[in-house]
Design a protein around this ligand. Sequence first.
Ligand SMILES: Nc1ncnc2c1ncn2[C@@H]1O[C@H](COP(=O)(O)OP(=O)(O)OP(=O)(O)O)[C@@H](O)[C@H]1O
Length: 596
Amino acid sequence: MDVLRQLKAFYWRDRKFLFSSILCLMCATALGLVYPNLLRFLIDDVIAPQKFELVPALAFTVVGVVAFKGCMQFLHGFFGGRLGNRVAFHMRDALYDKLQTLSFQYYDKAKTGDLMSRLTADLEAIRQFIGFGFAQILNMVLMITFGGAMMLSIHWQLTLITLVTIPLLGFTAIRFERHIHPAFREMRQAMSNLTTAVQENITGVRTVKSFAREDHEVSKFSVRSEAYQTNQVGAAKIWSKFFPVMELVANLSAVILLVTGGILVINGSLKLGEFVAFFSLIWYIIGPMWGLGFHINNYTQFKASGERVLGLLNEHVHVKNIEHAVEANADTVTGHVRFDQVTFSYPDKAPALTEINIDAPAGSVIGLLGATGSGKSTIIQLLMRAYNVKKGTITLDGIDIRDLDVESLRRLIAPVFQETFLFSASIRANIAYGVKDITQEEIERAARLAKAHDFIMELPLGYDTIVGERGMGLSGGQKQRIAIARALIKNPRILILDDATSAVDMETEHEIQAGFKELMAGRTTFIIAHRISSLRHADEIIVLDEGHIVQRGTHAELIAQPGRYRDTYNIQYADVPQGEAAKQAAPAAERKGSTV
Ligand SMILES: Nc1ncnc2c1ncn2[C@@H]1O[C@H](COP(=O)(O)OP(=O)(O)OP(=O)(O)O)[C@@H](O)[C@H]1O
């Protein structure tokens, strides 16, 4: 019931459908109860006194009742269907909204397959129950109440004797529910493990194939599939144990009625018509009781699914706006970024960054260099507020970014990551992803600056070529260039290049950087790179090691002192002749005033 209460917001807004559906079902049920009475009337008041002229009228009444009952049943299905679909629709939207607000911390652990199964299989179970299952349980209660009341009005002693098995039925049904609920919960979890395995296998199919690990994947899947099968078999066992018991107990009532009712008819204390009506009414009680297991099954599935969906809806959002968050205004923000004594650890891990101080005046270029895992990307993630800083502060134009509206902050930043994600849409739509109302000219301009225009024009459909999943295959460098165009078109205050040109050759990188220079003048830029050539023009290069800043300065300053930077430089330029190396790593001072 708690799940139903928590989901109230989703079905209560469509209560007109809920009540209409219930009302129609009640009418249909009540009309169903007319049959036994017609039967009683036929036997006791028509056949016994031989008033056969009443038969046609009785027949027409039956036709009328059947037709009306049919209409009511249709309307019940119609309103129930409407209700179920609308609830599923609103819940899908709410879940999707929630997925957008959940922070990076949640996605670090979340499994795509599990989320997919919550949005599909679990929603379907909820749709079924809210649309039909709930009304059917209510119908069961109504049938028992109406039928019982009618039986009591005919012969209350016989009713009590006949219904003596009902508490036993109720007890069996409750025991069944206790066993089947955990089984269903496990089954849902096993299903989501199965979907996760399939999803990961499809996403990582290249890795699987290149390592020839198909057999390993098959056996991994088999284990999960077997777990699901075991769960299914377990649930079937519970079902197969309880269902026959239910049926046996339910039919005991019919046996008791036949014996006791038969004796009463022979004694003359019960009319034959009443006995026949009674026999027909008893199924109004036994029938629903028979289906009790099925309804409980539906309910438990709904409860298990509801818990999983509510679990997602109630998931804690780690990064959210504080009350009265300040809106960062793109027209007035200059882009002055400061990290002040920032120390940060991912949950349950040693600090990824320790006492980081960075001062990036508006329009400056900051280069970040360091071994893998040294904390470069973490600096960027914190600036974008993917995670909240707990120790130290990060400010933008002097305002703590925790006080800023998250969306407005992220609107000012355009990141290009090493791994480019393209949506299954046209290249045009992919480039224009971060902005609204953009012209083709602006898209092409950004693509030209990112050195993407020429290869796009060589594609048969040009900017209309569909890329991403199931789309046209592109090379890593081509994808990166699209991502760079996507960032450029956003015209951000802060540009982040996280190993953004790692997949393009040095010549293209040089050309792209020339494009940046033109567009990024006056905008703060953070460049993470492993190549000295990508960083050498930065106003300040920060060298990180295990989360600590170990060196900082311009290229010329760093090259002049022993340390990690010079070591990296020496390795990268080991094969380049002396004069050429010096030319390639031209000091930043030469380029002061420019950006990249
Ligand atoms: N989402 C995460 N959850 C937990 N730990 C993380 C997460 N992301 C990074 N880390 C850890 O934080 C540390 C710094 O990682 P970070 O990604 O910032 O390094 P990096 O210098 O950018 O590395 P690379 O050059 O390989 O991208 C590493 O020890 C890493 O394992």
